[in-house]
Design a protein around this ligand. Structure first.
Ligand SMILES: Cc1ncc(COP(=O)(O)O)c(C=O)c1O
Length: 383
């Protein structure tokens, strides 16, 4: 049915109607006082969301732009970077760092697992000469549906002295993430995820320690250069022409987020993922990440039944129910499907998705008790 699509991919995520309507207005001049007032609110609200006293820069780019900005403003050729890899996005940090000439070492785990803090501690303890200058890591690994214990990992990095560079693209807003309290040096995110607006903006916050290192970075590039953004944030401006309509959308969305409250939003994400996980188990499907303690509350990875293919599940959900779920990426393509519960998602959406998944599997011949997934979800949603 036209206009009924419900995106349950890990981004772009659904956008509230009030955000869409505000975005649809005529673009305003990016040097106008009207836009400057919007920027003032946006910059100050972003600090509340990042839980930091540092500035938050907004780039007109996708999340990867902010990842590149983190590396390009810090890393010199030959610098040693330790990349903690639990999936594709952890791998992306390593690729970007390599592209800037870093000497990259990885700690990798099989997909579906999180980094064991003891492994990181051991490696950093061995680094007695403090050769490792930067550690890159992913808070919520979207490709697998695993969440790292960021607080513990950043504490270990801080004790060693390296700079922590964190991908919070699918975790900011959705899960507890306290930049200053947890001693995170650089944190990046993207607009089309927990922020409930379309793709096109990326966020980066860096603390004083990171800025000190940045001073010695020989080639910080131009478009993403922190100095230009710092100057602009202080003047409630942007260095270049930004995606003005997305900033208007962001202003509306940030007001909604702060009105609902970060903690309430995070609890909602937790509850939704638990409800979905309970439903998946009840309908005799297997979760790719069995361990609830590392399972993402933004994205749930599910193994298909042995005799039913991921493309059949995805196409039936799309054609019969207008629900879009994601395939696995790279090696996990057609091995798992991923259901996002990120951003503007309510209890009704979860119940609709679980019933649609049940109907899909019923149609495709999977053996389970119809209604058992919905029942399991209801039990959690109504707790
Ligand atoms: C964890 C994570 N990091 C980075 C990115 C890259 O963001 P973008 O696609 O906006 O460049 C994504 C995108 O899905 C992501 O999920």
């Amino acid at each position: 049915m036209q206009d009924k699509t419900f995106l349950m991919i890990p981004g772009p995520t659904p956008v509230p109607e009030s955000v869409l309507l505000d975005m649809a207005k005529h673009p305003i001049g990016h040097r106008s006082s009207e836009f400057s007032k919007i920027l003032e609110k946006v910059y100050s609200n972003l600090k509340l969301i990042f839980e930091t006293k540092n500035d938050v820069f907004v780039y007109t780019s996708s999340g990867t732009g902010a990842m590149e900005a983190a590396i390009s403003n810090l890393v010199n050729e030959g610098d040693k970077v330790l990349s903690l890899v639990i999936g594709n996005f952890g791998e992306r940090w390593a690729k970007i760092a390599k592209a800037f000439g870093a000497d990259v070492e990885k700690i990798s785990v099989p997909y579906g697992q999180a980094i064991n803090p003891e492994d990181l501690k051991k490696r950093l303890n061995e680094d007695v000469n403090k050769e490792i200058k930067f550690v890159t890591l992913t808070h919520n690994e979207t490709s697998t549906g695993v969440t790292n214990d960021l607080k513990t990992l950043c504490e270990i990095i801080r004790n060693h002295g390296a700079i922590s560079i964190v991908d919070g693209v699918t975790s900011v807003c959705a899960m507890p993430l306290k930049m200053d309290e947890w001693g995170i040096d650089v944190l990046v995110s993207g607009s089309q995820k927990g922020f409930m607006i379309p793709p096109g903006l990326a966020f980066l916050s860096a603390n004083e320690r990171a800025f000190e290192i940045h001073k010695n970075c020989k080639r910080s590039g131009f478009y993403f250069n922190w100095d230009a953004y710092k100057k602009s944030v202080n003047a409630n401006s942007t260095p270049y022409t930004p995606a003005v309509n997305l900033f208007v959308a962001l202003d509306t969305a940030l007001n909604m987020i702060l009105k609902e409250g970060l903690e309430t939003i995070q609890n909602r994400h937790k509850k939704h993922s638990l409800a979905l996980r309970a439903a998946i188990r009840a309908i005799n499907l297997k979760l790719f990440v069995e361990d609830d303690s590392i399972a993402s509350c933004a994205i749930t990875s599910i193994l298909p039944p042995e005799d039913i293919s991921v493309p059949d599940i995805r196409s039936t959900l799309k054609n019969d129910f207008d629900i879009v779920v994601a395939n696995g990426q790279n090696d996990l393509k057609d091995k798992i499907f991923r259901m996002g519960t990120l951003g503007f998602v309510c209890d009704r959406d979860i119940l609709a998705a679980v019933s649609a998944l049940e109907a899909t599997l019923y149609k495709l011949g999977h053996k389970f008790e119809p209604g058992s997934g919905v029942k399991a979800a209801i039990e959690i949603l109504t707790k």
